[in-house]
Ligand binder design. Sequence first.
Ligand code: PEP
Length: 249
Amino acid sequence: MKKLYLIGNMKMNMNCAVLEPYFDKIVEIAKNTSNIVGVCVPSVYINMAKYMLDGSKVLFGAQNMYYEDKGAFTGEISSEMLNDFGCDLVIVGHSERRSIFKETDEEINLKVKKALESGITPILCFGESLDQRNKNMAFTIVENQIMKALNDIKSEDIARIIFAYEPVWAIGTGVSATSKQAEEMISFAKRLLKDNYNLSNVIVLYGGSLKSSNAQEILSEKSIDGGLIGGACLDINEFEKIINTKVIE
Ligand code: PEP
């Protein structure tokens, strides 16, 4: 069986009352699968995740962090703070951060570097908009986003990144990329990493309206190592079905 990475991105959802039984359940689900399970929670619940998930098979982390160590950066959270609570993961460069919060490729690069330096695995998101796809620019955009995010980072460190192809037009829309579209872009990204950094075993996930009804088909594609799951991770029963996806290698 292929060992899939199935990581939830809760975005700005959940509350303590919902999370308590959710965390209890996901610990049990993770015990019974050989897939790798993770959740990126809203930052105020990282403390709760630490106490309920630490020592379990569930990886946990944040959805964003800042690249400076400390100082006058009101509202921001540092990698040291994430480490203080045992975070394994941090999402960097999500398209919502790029578009709503105007994060630039240069800032994303600094965040990836800081996460790696701090021993936290960055989940580096990339992906084109619908307009860019319609203009046949998807591959150029993706190449540009990846290469800029990796600027000045050594191969051995790039190998520690989890990449996530998340076409903007598929995020939260209910319309996922087809398995062929996802495979095509992820194999392209893997070739890019091979050609530029001589890396062959980089982990690349697919994200964008992944759910139990399409997980099997999409995750069966050769180059796809798992999924980053937004909306569908909020319902633990739906997430459980995705986590239990089995794909023959
Ligand atoms: C995401 O935002 O990372 C994501 C994949 O969202 P959704 O699954 O809701 O499309």
